[in-house]
Design a protein around this ligand. Structure first.
Ligand code: ADP
Ligand code: ASP
Ligand code: MG
Length: 455
């Protein structure tokens, strides 16, 4: 069986990082059993490139065509410099030509559309996709240069999605058909297939992206389609940590996690995994491993259906920052029959996911993270309810498969959070998590206290 190896932005940031990537792939090939199939490599854009591309696209809004072009020029020169570090001679010449062509096409489009001063989600996707198209070409060439037979695959020919630009949803059946058609023959020839994560195309061939951080999801989609033995997520931390290391100093590595725990942590802000990554893995029961591309001998985190139980009752704590709380109060005094249905229909109509929900006799509070359609949602809700919104809130989610077996866990969490105002509290039916909604400004202190109380 093959494995999928996904490398994030920092793991392909420069020539040195791509050199380490090639060594990791060679090691994987050396380890596989005789006659084993070569790995499939999925890569993100070089570190910070997606941000740079989106920034260039946004400059169109102000009509700043020259600045946008100059940003894109800086990006292509960075890629060409990396190419010079990882390839030489004819391979370097071909790679440089491809990279320049990729960026030139994007640049032409940006210049042409700058006159309209309007950036559509559809254009953002075309521009953002340049990052993964370029990084995957670089990595395929670097692998070939280091003696690993490798073939570049255009991920837009593989991942078929709907037309929800910037947050497209894959059509698994169509994608799997394409994956078998394009990737399986490459593996059959004994070559490593290299493709960009994050990007896809509609059935009509228009470029889409799966949302920020979506390369993990791409890796899982391709892995599930090809029934691989393992999905490896190579990144810049030692695995799933007990808390976000940017918020809590020195969190611990969680050695094993269940799919369900990983899903909840990813959904509630553990950025190391895109929230949808686990779905395709669960469907085919494929283990997911999170590994550090700078520390090859660390065991990382293994995510499976039935992990070894952890010693404590809590597995990890995640936080999702900058969410909005919407309080919706029925204009009639009581929660009339049908009120909840009407309310959630509004969110459904505007394709906005609700994360945490709490209710009282006459009011419902929900949190949303995607505020693109918030104004329209509020307008619609006002048709039958009083509505108020509070921004700069955050969700903290404590997750553990066995949390419900520890009757004191809830009390301990509340005691740790003492005096920090809590806006909403909820325990899900799975009883795998306890969730708090509080002011974003209180997150560092709250996370620190919870981490200290549980780990
Ligand atoms: P990549 O570019 O490899 O996809 P990301 O930046 O998307 O990497 O994800 C890795 C980052 O996720 C880490 O550097 C870390 O700051 C952040 N992170 C947040 N929460 C967690 C957590 N619970 N465990 C590990 N990393 C986390
Ligand atoms: N390059 C994309 C992003 O920065 C996808 C990814 O890194 O997973 O969001
Ligand atoms: Mg990521």
């Amino acid at each position: 069986m093959s494995v999928v190896m996904k490398f994030g932005g920092t793991s392909v940031a420069d020539a040195d990082a791509i050199g380490r990537l090639a060594a990791i792939v060679r090691r994987q090939i050396a380890r596989q059993e005789a006659g084993g199939k070569p790995p499939i490599v999925v890569v993100s854009a070089l570190s910070k490139v997606t941000d740079g591309l989106l920034e260039a696209a946004r400059l169109i809004e102000t009509g700043d065509r020259d600045l946008a072009t100059s940003r894109l020029n800086d990006l292509v020169e960075r890629h060409v410099a990396v190419a010079t570090g990882v390839t030489s001679a004819a391979r370097l010449a071909a790679l440089t030509r491809d990279l320049r062509a990729e960026f030139a096409a994007t640049s032409d489009m940006v210049r042409a559309l700058a006159a309209l001063h309007e950036v559509s989600p559809r254009l953002l996707d075309v521009v953002a996709a340049t990052g993964e198209l370029a990084s995957s070409r670089l990595v395929a060439a670097a692998l070939a240069e280091s003696g690993v037979p490798a073939a570049w695959i255009d991920a837009r020919q593989v991942v078929v999605t709907d037309g929800e630009y910037t947050a497209a949803v894959p059509d698994m059946a169509a994608t799997c058909t394409r994956a078998r058609r394009t990737i399986t023959p490459v593996i059959g020839r004994g070559e490593v297939a290299v493709l960009g994560g994050f990007i896809g195309a509609t059935a009509e061939g228009v470029t889409t992206t799966l949302g920020r951080g979506g390369s993990d999801y791409s890796a899982a989609i391709v892995g599930a389609c090809l029934d691989v033995g393992e999905i490896q997520i190579w990144t810049d931390v030692d695995g799933m940590l007990t808390a976000d290391p940017r918020v809590v100093p020195e969190p611990r590595v969680v050695p094993q996690l269940s799919f369900a725990e990983a899903s909840e942590l990813a959904y509630f802000g553990a950025k190391v995994l895109h929230p949808s990554t686990i779905l395709p893995a669960v469907a085919k029961n494929i283990p997911v491993r999170i590994l550090n591309s700078r520390r090859l001998d660390n065991p990382g985190t293994l995510i499976t259906a039935n992990p070894q139980p952890a010693d404590g009752h809590l597995t990890a704590i995640a936080c999702k920052r900058d969410v909005t709380v919407i309080d919706i109060t029925s204009s009639r005094m009581l929660m009339a029959h049908g009120f909840l249905r009407r309310l959630f229909e509004v969110f459904e109509r505007f394709k906005t996911a609700v994360d945490v929900v709490t209710t009282s006799e006459v009011s419902v509070s929900v949190t949303v993270d995607d505020t693109r359609r918030l104004d329209a949602i509020v307008d619609n809700l006002r048709g039958f309810a009083e509505v108020s919104c509070e921004r700069e809130m955050a969700i903290i989610c404590t997750v553990g498969e066995d949390i419900h077996e520890d009757p004191k866990a809830f009390g301990r969490a509340l005691a740790a959070l003492d005096s920090i105002p809590l806006r909403m509290v909820s325990q899900a039916a799975s009883r795998r998590n306890i969730t708090f909604v509080l002011r974003d400004a209180d997150v560092p202190e709250a996370m620190m206290r919870l981490h200290k109380a549980f780990f």
